[in-house]
Design a protein around this ligand. Structure first.
Ligand SMILES: Nc1ncnc2c1ncn2[C@@H]1O[C@H](COP(=O)(O)OP(=O)(O)OP(=O)(O)O)[C@@H](O)[C@H]1O
Ligand SMILES: [Mg+2]
Length: 262
């Protein structure tokens, strides 16, 4: 049986504002697994993933990645993981190619490997033609694809993605799904948050659903359906979080709104 590549124990985050965003979360991700993290807006997904990659300091709890403790081995862990986050920071003074080169150097990659990776990744995310443009001129979908390429430059062992296909058109979304599947098949562990049930069902071997700072259920899709007596993942989501999902949720009264709480 595969060993745990991510171990999280009683992880908590209280922001200086007093918001308890994560209230004691415990879970494991196995090596080579495609793991999904779902939950309504404000559930604490981004806070959790940001703590895992050391972008947000945890209030308490333990994080172990690839057998190393985040507390003492953050630098070593950093070499092994890649991440593409919800809030993308783009540079007004560098082109996509330059940013990829810079990232490669930050990971101490040899120049030839940087170049071959850049070629491969630009092709992968279909940005070859715009690689020499400043990234702040990119559209939203181009930014997300670029960010994915950036996260993969050093061929990380573990990839963290916070809503990687949000705002992508159907073609780009399917493109990314295909590549994530291939990367995972080649051995990369993927930790993904998403609001798309279809995406979670298509990609994730196992899922955790989070609500109000806590994990409310976890398992494979068939396990979750059985456990909650549900027909599909959306129903599991509804039963465990009391929320309906998605950008296309419409109020029966006719007012469109982002999501509804029942
Ligand atoms: N920097 C911050 N300072 C204070 N509170 C924050 C901060 N970031 C997030 N929060 C709060 O923490 C809670 C969890 O937010 P988080 O961004 O982790 O949720 P999420 O599950 O990623 O939501 P979404 O689906 O909208 O991305 C929310 O109540 C949010 O307002
Ligand atoms: Mg988020």
């Amino acid at each position: 049986m595969a060993s745990n590549i991510i171990q999280v124990r009683d992880l908590r985050k209280t922001y200086p504002t007093g918001t308890e965003a994560v209230k004691g979360v415990t879970f494991d991700v196995k090596e080579g697994e495609f793991f999904g993290f779902l939950g309504p807006n404000g559930a604490g997904k981004t806070t959790t993933i940001n703590m895992l990659v050391d972008l947000v300091k945890r209030t308490s709890g333990e994080i172990e990645i690839d057998g190393l403790k985040l507390e003492t081995d953050a630098r070593e862990i950093y070499q092994r993981l890649g991440f593409a986050m919800q809030e993308v920071g783009l540079d007004e003074t560098a082109t996509a190619r330059e940013m990829l080169q810079l990232h490669g150097r930050l990971y101490h990659m040899p120049p030839e490997r940087i170049e071959s990776q850049i070629q491969k990744l630009l092709k992968l995310v279909e940005l070859e033609k715009v690689a020499d443009r400043y990234t702040h001129t990119y559209s939203g979908g181009m930014r997300r694809r670029f960010d994915l390429a950036l996260s993969l430059i050093h061929e990380p062992k573990i990839l963290f993605l916070d809503e990687p296909t949000q705002g992508l058109d159907p073609h780009a979304r399917k493109l990314i799904w295909g590549h994530l599947r291939e990367l995972n098949k080649a051995g990369m562990t993927v930790f993904l948050t998403t609001h798309f049930m279809e995406e979670a069902e298509a990609l994730c071997e196992r899922l955790a659903i989070m609500d109000q700072g806590q994990i409310v259920t976890e398992g494979t899709v068939p396990e979750l359906l059985q456990k909650h007596g549900a027909k599909n993942l959306e129903e599991v989501f509804l039963k465990t979080t009391g929320s309906t999902l998605g950008e296309d949720t419409v109020d029966p009264s006719g007012d469109p709104f982002i999501r509804s709480r029942h």
